[in-house]
Design a protein around this ligand. Structure first.
Ligand code: PMP
Length: 443
């Protein structure tokens, strides 16, 4: 063990968890090199390095920007990469009404700004915000109050942002219903529960926004049924409630479309973006209608580093690569291969008893194991290899064989978030390691 790892173990706050105490030395395409070995990286740093580690074109764009302008503070003036990024993003927005942008550093920061805009622009100053059971919106005080995937993010730290209510999300297992429950039934139940919430606890006049991820991420990799999203839109329209769609993890091609919202066609009032936007450079954004941001006092949106020039320059190049390298086509092809491999395990007589569900969109795929149908695994962490937790054990085996995977919160789910640029051979290798690991755990 190197001295630096020892320093890390001693002095990095223990509240910061990690899969393993190793040193990540280098990232290259789909691979992560550590002080010990190299891994095929199916985590993408939690859905961030979508175009592969250190994509040469993104690196070059950032290097050129470093030599030109590092910090063009947004309260002092426009800077080129900031506005150029808007020009790149305008045509790929999931709805043409989304025409007003500002950039921040993290997903959490963007979520909190979205709430401010929803409250101010709806005129419901102290309006409640309804989030989904199983949601993840971040770790800062406000965002963690909206996070319901597991308790640790807001445990014993006092009340976060006030006025938060959680409503059920159409995820059978989380609703205590059999996996076989028809989707229509789940959606009907969830919309009914939301109507009840608005009738009994948070009056529409006191409700500023509903926030959700179109594919629940940390909470289990469950896509929201299209009919549920349409139902939410209707409820929002009927009651002057803002619909905030958080595409921090599902955006920028992850699900096979530029944004997951495109699958349903449902219009967000406010869209929250981050992660894949700049392939690892810290950048997030809030996109909404100009008429809403026009209600915000001048200077009320922004921050010292918001819309950093290097991150925005990287973001511009990412948008170019997405188009020129036909990344969405690769997502579709690799997704089909991954799903085929997972379905094979799900139906194989030796392994099928472990599987509860295989689900997801594009390269945002979750595998839920039956072990979680007994009870939720409270506060499952990023590496939770207990004897009852199949996902944690599979994750550990995969790691030993050179494949890095993440689990999700609360239930026994392994998630697949490989780079969108992953090659056919790399996908084949990842699936081979996963299959071997599942077969070993199944014995
Ligand atoms: N929203 C979603 C859907 C996320 O997945 C995340 C991060 N996992 C966040 C918000 C928070 O982003 P950040 O960690 O950059 O604050």
């Amino acid at each position: 063990m190197t001295d630096l790892i020892k320093t890390g173990q001693k002095h990095v706050a223990s509240g910061c968890g990690r899969i393993k105490d190793h040193m990540i030395e280098k990232g290259e395409g789909s691979w992560l090199h550590t002080n010990e070995t190299k891994y095929l990286d199916f985590t993408c740093g939690i859905g961030v390095t979508n175009l592969g580690h250190c994509h040469p074109r993104v690196t070059k764009a950032a290097q050129e920007q470093v030599a030109t302008l590092v910090h063009g503070q947004c309260s002092i003036g426009f800077h080129r990469p900031y506005v150029q990024l808007i020009e790149k993003l305008l045509p790929v927005m999931p709805h043409p009404s989304l025409d007003s942008f500002f950039f921040l550093n993290s997903g959490s920061e963007a979520v909190e700004n979205a709430v401010k805009i929803a409250r101010k622009s709806s005129g419901k100053t102290h309006g409640n915000i309804i989030c989904m059971q199983g949601s993840y919106h971040g770790r800062t005080y406000g965002a963690s109050a909206l996070t319901k995937s597991k308790t640790i993010y807001a445990e014993q730290v006092g009340h976060g942002m006030p006025g938060i209510f959680a409503t059920p999300f159409p995820y059978a297992h989380q609703m205590g219903l059999p996996q076989s429950t028809p989707e229509d039934e789940l959606v009907k139940q969830c919309l009914f529960q939301l109507e009840m919430l608005l009738a009994q606890q948070s009056a529409p006049a006191d409700t500023a926004a509903i926030i959700l991820e179109p594919v629940i991420g940390e909470g289990g990799y469950v896509p929201a049924p299209s009919s549920y999203l349409h139902g939410l839109r209707q409820i929002c329209d009927d009651n002057n409630i803002m619909l905030i769609i958080d595409e921090v993890q599902s955006g920028f091609g992850r699900t096979g479309k530029y944004f997951a919202s495109e699958y349903s066609g449902v219009r967000p009032d406010i869209l929250v973006i981050a992660k894949g936007i700049a392939n690892g450079f810290p950048l997030s954004g809030v996109v909404t209608r100009k008429e809403l941001t026009d209600k915000m006092p001048k200077g009320s949106l922004g921050g010292t580093y918001s819309g950093n020039a290097i991150s925005c320059a990287a973001g511009v190049e990412c948008a170019n690569i997405m188009r020129e390298e036909k990344i969405l086509d690769n997502v579709k092809a690799r997704s089909a291969e991954l799903l085929a491999a997972l379905k094979e395990l799900q139906t194989d007589s030796e392994t099928k008893h472990l599987f509860a569900d295989v689900r997801g969109l594009g390269l945002m795929i979750g595998v839920e194991f039956v072990s979680s149908s007994k009870h939720p695994i409270p506060n499952a962490s990023i590496s939770n290899a207990t004897p009852n937790n199949v996902g944690g054990r599979v994750q550990k085996r995969c790691l030993e064989k050179g494949l890095m995977l993440l689990t999700t919160s609360a239930f026994d789910v392994i998630r697949f978030i490989p780079p969108l640029t992953i090659t056919k051979d790399e996908m084949e290798l990842g699936c081979k390691i996963f299959k071997e690991s599942v077969r070993e755990v199944a014995k």
